[in-house]
Design a protein around this ligand. Structure first.
Ligand code: SF4
Length: 245
């Protein structure tokens, strides 16, 4: 019976939508009946197994790996050469069970000093954007695709982005948000594994692991190009309309 418990736990962690989980669960129940019919025993294919499978549902949102444990695990990570350039690993912060997750590119100098993602001028603008959609920095979760700041603020290369991806994936799995907003081209391209420029992918929903993803402009870009704020507001209105309240 432990095997059934283990599978149920995994389902819960991912917060699989009911529309996706229901047909899979139905298939599993049929498969269990089939296994029993051909005489397979010892793997929970009998009546008790089906009874347990019948109780499986899409699961409440409980999140995955504990964020604090993950942060501790990342610790003084040296998986890529940014380890020699950074002042500090900036892990991310906010509600560990947030419905909405913001992911930027990499930390700025202020973020390294404070240890908090988006704590400088761009962060102040992001805070205003978050508040404009009725959320707070405490209600959402904010992090970067790459956790260490490259020297001279150059973009991380693909090896560095790849090295840090597993941390980001585990963070997303842990928070299990209803929706992700990626800020700027680098973060969007990293998460969505695309080469398309932000100008072509922003403003419409994409998907990562079954989670809707809205790419929009990076707050630092808006500080230099304030006219782009209107486009970001249009993107945020779509986020507000789609996220549950
Ligand atoms: S950027 Fe990511 S993978 Fe590279 S050293 Fe920092 S935490 Fe580790």
């Amino acid at each position: 019976m432990r095997e059934f418990d283990r599978v149920k736990d995994d389902s819960d962690k991912k917060g699989i939508p009911a529309s996706l989980a229901a047909p899979v669960l139905e298939d599993v129940k049929h498969y269990l009946r089939f296994l029993e019919a051909i005489g397979c025993t010892g793997i929970g294919a009998g009546e008790k197994g089906r009874e347990i499978a019948g109780k499986w549902g899409p699961g409440e949102k409980t999140g995955g790996e504990d964020l604090a444990a993950l942060k501790k695990n990342i610790g003084n990570c040296r998986r890529c050469r940014l380890a020699d350039q950074r002042k500090a690993v900036v892990f991310g912060s906010g509600n560990p069970r947030a419905r909405l997750m913001f992911i930027g590119a990499f930390p700025e100098a202020e973020d390294e000093n404070t240890g908090i993602a988006y704590s400088g001028n761009a962060g102040a603008l992001l805070t205003r954007i978050i508040e404009a959609i009725g959320e707070t920095r405490e209600s959402v979760y904010i992090c970067h695709a790459v956790k260490c700041r490259p020297a001279s603020d150059r973009l991380p290369d693909r090896f560095e982005a790849r090295a840090c991806r597993s941390c980001l994936e585990r963070q997303i799995e842990s928070v299990s948000p209803e929706m992700i907003c990626v800020l700027g081209g680098f973060a969007a391209q990293s998460l969505l594994k695309t080469d398309e420029p932000i100008s072509r992918i922003r403003g419409r929903f994409h998907e990562y692991a079954g989670i809707p993803v809205m790419p929009t402009h990076e707050p630092a870009y808006l500080l230099v190009h304030p006219a782009a704020k209107r486009a970001v507001w249009e993107d945020m209105k779509k986020v507000m309309a789609r996220i549950s309240h």
